[in-house]
Ligand binder design. Structure first.
Ligand SMILES: Nc1ncnc2c1ncn2[C@@H]1O[C@H](COP(=O)(O)OP(=O)(O)OP(=O)(O)O)[C@@H](O)[C@H]1O
Length: 284
């Protein structure tokens, strides 16, 4: 489904959570939505999922507004970091409700995930540990098979092995049937390899939207003496630089041949490092 974000702003009293952002997500892909705390990611995802209204501007999903629009809402599943479910319901009731809600629901996959994560169908939500509640969120998000599935830090309390399983199943399901998956996370180093396209929000603005492969292929680390590297990067787009004992390494955007021609040592930048630097960079 095509997502068209037009001049979107959201104000909460004094806070400008989103400031006039516009972009399109045209294709089913795995998108990484990154940014520091308070950058506006959750606000954006809630507007996209039709849960709250924008102050100005609009998001169109295949030309329609998501708020109060059942046809669109049953194509979107947003799993947040907690409080996704009513506390008095049992696990099996939650699964029934979502099965009923999503026309694309995959009951086999839901059963598989319930088993994988050892969820007791008769347990009430309020008795679940944080990790188990997250596992149920992940189960719902994956089994919904919603054409737009959004995970907003969905794994609070899940251990590393359970998170790894989530990434594996997510990728398997995505390979079998492409859909738009938006993954917002602070665990960039764990998931960066999953992303096909990366969006970075900063203080309510979109500061980067780029194919992950482009970032991988057009960013490099250049090392040498501080004097050499400083001279080289003076007219370059520098993401980050480090100095130690007269030596310097800088992460630079652009064509690496330029640095090679200067006789400097040139290497690739691991995508997770790059995303961490880009996310942290002021005025990226
Ligand atoms: N319901 C609300 N009422 C008032 N301010 C809010 C509300 N929700 C979010 N904000 C503010 O809007 C800004 C953006 O918040 P948002 O939760 O969208 O950011 P985020 O990028 O998801 O952050 P995090 O990574 O910490 O989850 C923050 O300054 C936040 O305090």
């Amino acid at each position: 489904m095509k997502i068209d974000v037009r001049d979107l702003s959201k104000k909460y009293k004094e806070v400008d959570a989103l400031k006039n952002i516009s972009f399109q997500l045209e294709e089913p892909k795995i998108y990484g939505l990154l940014g520091r705390n308070g950058a506006g990611k959750t606000t954006f995802m809630e507007i996209l999922a039709g849960q709250i209204l924008a102050t100005k501007g609009q998001i169109y999903i295949d030309g329609e507004k998501p708020f109060d629009n059942q046809k669109i809402n049953e194509s979107i599943c947003l799993v947040k970091e907690g409080n996704n479910f009513k506390k008095d319901l049992k696990v099996k009731n939650v699964l029934q409700i979502f099965q009923y809600f999503y026309p694309t629901w995959d009951e086999e996959l839901a059963k598989e995930l319930v088993e994988e994560y050892n969820l007791n169908p008769n347990a009430r939500i309020k008795t679940l540990s944080k990790g188990m509640e997250s596992a149920l969120g992940i189960t719902v998000g994956l089994a919904s098979k919603a054409p737009i599935t959004i995970f907003d830090e969905p794994y609070i309390g899940l251990d590393a092995a359970a998170r790894k399983k989530f990434y594996e199943i997510l990728l398997e399901e995505y390979e079998a049937e492409k859909r738009t998956i938006i993954l917002s996370t602070h665990l960039i180093d764990e998931v960066s390899l999953l992303f096909e396209e990366v969006l970075i929000f900063q203080e309510g603005e979109l500061v980067l939207k780029e194919e992950a492969d482009f970032l991988r292929n057009n960013t490099y680390a250049v090392s040498g003496t501080t004097d050499e590297v400083e001279a080289f990067i003076s007219d370059k787009d520098v993401i980050e630089s480090k100095q130690l004992a007269g030596m310097m390494t800088a992460y630079v955007s652009g064509d690496k041949q330029d640095a090679v021609a200067h006789g400097l040592q040139v290497e690739g930048v691991p995508i997770q490092d790059l995303m961490i630097y880009l996310t942290e960079r002021k005025g990226a």
